[in-house]
Write a protein that binds this ligand. Structure first.
Ligand code: 13P
Length: 242
């Protein structure tokens, strides 16, 4: 049985006060959430301690949005996997398209981060996906296969989640048709040594399309940006019905 994970990626949103306000609105709505799904919140570094203190004993697990590959060292501004583990983090997003696009992330550094995260006991959420230009040029499969081939060198596929996030669907409201997301995720699965890996879809997932997305046979969850910021919307997402 593949594990279903609904994860919020807060990106660079929410101060500590806003995080507490979110929890106040969201937590009471978890009472009716079926336990066949895991829930993860991937927050900015400065919110991780707040989440950890306030989610003790809760079913929500905590994720970060990046991690450096070295265990420690003179890397001003970076955070190590051990530092994340120490504040109660269990998951970490690696290779998000925003990091590949704006911060020089390459398949080589993604691979280093994946291995360092796993070594410390974190479960990476590896993001892959094509741009609009690549899709229009018919390169979707080639781009994703290339990402997987390089990113996964010597990576443990038993302790890994993949998120298929077509770049053109992120933050645009232009969701990938669920059948197409299902097709691409099926192709991703065919390249893996662990066929039971949880593979999420990400890109404009909202309360009004989550049921259709989760009804797809290959899709094991969602990585949600914008709609995870609102406690009512995120509650609707984790309470999806198929
Ligand atoms: O990038 C995403 C999640 O990592 C998706 O963002 P949106 O849900 O805002 O499109």
């Amino acid at each position: 049985m593949r594990k279903v994970i609904i994860a919020g990626n807060w990106k660079m949103f929410k101060t500590r006060a806003e995080t507490l306000e979110f929890l106040q609105g969201f937590l009471p709505q978890l009472d009716t959430t079926p336990d066949d799904r895991d829930i993860v919140l991937c927050a900015p570094f400065t919110d991780l301690g707040t989440l950890s203190r306030n989610l003790h004993g809760s079913r929500i697990q905590i994720g970060a949005q990046n991690v450096h590959w070295a265990e420690s060292g003179a890397f001003t501004g970076e955070i190590s996997a051990l530092m994340l583990v120490e504040v109660g983090v269990r998951y970490v997003v690696i290779g998000h398209s925003e990091r590949r696009q704006f911060f020089g992330e390459t398949d080589e550094t993604v691979n280093l981060r994946l291995k360092a995260a796993q070594k410390a006991g974190l479960i990476p959420i590896l993001c892959v996906g094509e741009s609009k230009q690549q899709r229009d040029a018919g390169e979707t499969e080639a781009i994703i296969f290339k990402q997987l081939e390089h990113d996964l060198i010597d990576v443990d596929q038993e302790h890994l989640i993949i998120a298929y996030e077509p770049i053109w669907a992120i933050g645009t409201g232009d969701t990938c048709a669920s059948a197409e997301a299902n097709r691409v995720i099926g192709l991703i699965r065919s390249k893996l040594s662990n066929p039971d890996m949880t593979i999420q879809y990400g890109g404009s997932v909202k309360p009004d399309n989550i049921n259709e997305i989760m009804a797809q046979s290959e899709i094991d969850g969602a990585l949600v940006g914008g709609a995870s910021l609102d406690p009512q919307d995120f509650a609707k997402l984790v309470n999806y019905k198929v």
